[in-house]
Design a protein around this ligand. Structure first.
Ligand code: MTE
Length: 322
């Protein structure tokens, strides 16, 4: 189903999830006349350049791994304040340009230290496990944060289906790099494809989410459609978007930001208020979309997931392994 680009919808319609869900309920029960009016409005929006993206509802089950008690970031901010350098280096660029990304057909190629290389089709992946809604804190290395209701299932479920060999100690993710669909701007300074990686135990941790959606719908293109990773205790750049390849390897793989500026972006990149970035403090963060008096908050160790993940790093010097 084709629906509207989120930028075409007033933020008042799409901000908190309750409003969003009520809107859906309203739409389900709308009278024929109302539906016809909406269809007309939609047709007008579809006629606008770049005004379409594939989107559909994802049925999710509530997850015990969801973080309770958090205020969700408005959808408008989640979809208009992005880092997705394939579509430009400014925060508004992905919303403006990612309409050219085609999310079907889409496959993830699995290679490296596996029993047998495999290719997974996105539609099969969507059905591999029940889709869970998980609200996570999301902390960018640039000292801003959001709270996002993601939809997906643990990456470990996918990894099990990949049959990695015991010799696989790390996993590397490649994002799509296709000039026909993406700008891949030279100004980003990135040697494409965008790559990320995790140690195997991090990748297998139940909190690490293979992510297909947010706010109950498939991922908007600018947020990494049709499939990305989310690692809630790490800085946001560890969460590769629009993944097309997963490779199991023996040693620490190359990763985009670590290759570009290793002194600034470590391989681990765990959220840590005690280890500053060389150019700014990591003690606090700006909460995107929050009222001005709530915008600055202290950053939490492992982004608040310390109880669940600290044991992964027992005995490691986190100042050296930043
Ligand atoms: N993945 C790809 N392929 N390209 C990118 O530029 N940026 C990373 C990460 N994943 C990036 C990426 C960074 S720096 C961040 S903070 C998050 O995506 C941003 O995710 P969001 O835009 O959905 O908030």
């Amino acid at each position: 189903m084709l629906i509207l680009k989120k930028s075409d919808i007033a933020s008042s319609e799409i901000t908190p999830k309750e409003t969003y869900m009520n809107r859906r309920a309203f739409m389900t029960g709308a009278a024929a006349a109302g539906m016809a009016a909406m269809a007309g409005e939609r047709a007008m929006r579809l006629a606008e350049p770049g005004g379409v993206e594939a989107a559909e509802t994802l049925a999710t089950v509530k997850s015990p791994l969801s973080t309770p008690g958090l205020t969700l970031t408005p959808l408008e901010d989640i979809t208009h304040y992005n880092n997705f350098y394939e579509f430009g280096v400014n925060k508004g660029d992905p919303a403006e340009h990612a309409g050219t990304l085609r999310t079907r057909p889409w496959t993830i190629q699995v290679e490296g230290l596996v029993k047998q290389p495999k290719t997974f089709d996105i539609d099969a992946l969507l059905k591999l496990r029940p889709m869970e809604e998980r609200v996570y804190r999301f902390r960018c290395v640039e000292a801003w944060s959001m709270v996002i209701p993601w939809a997906g299932y643990s990456l470990s479920e996918f990894i099990s289906a990949c049959d990695p060999l015991p010799s696989a100690k790390f996993v590397q993710f490649d994002s799509l790099a296709d000039r026909k669909q993406e700008l891949l701007p030279w100004s980003a300074g990135i040697s494409w494809p965008y790559q990320e990686g995790l140690r195997m135990d991090e990748a297998m941790h139940p909190l690490t989410l293979l992510t297909f959606g947010l706010y109950g719908e498939v991922l908007p293109n600018q947020d990494g459609a049709p499939v990305r990773v989310v690692v809630p205790w790490k800085y946001g750049f560890k969460s590769a978007k629009s993944i097309v390849k997963v490779k199991f390897v023996k040693s620490q793989p190359s990763t985009t930001w670590n290759d570009m500026a290793p002194q600034e972006y470590g391989f681990y990149s765990n959220v840590n208020p005690n280890v500053d970035h060389p150019r700014w403090s990591q003690k606090r963060e700006r909460v995107i979309g929050a009222p001005i008096w709530k915008q600055l908050q202290p950053t939490l160790m492992f982004n608040g997931y310390e109880d669940q993940v600290a044991s992964l790093y027992a005995g490691m010097d986190l100042k050296k392994n930043y």
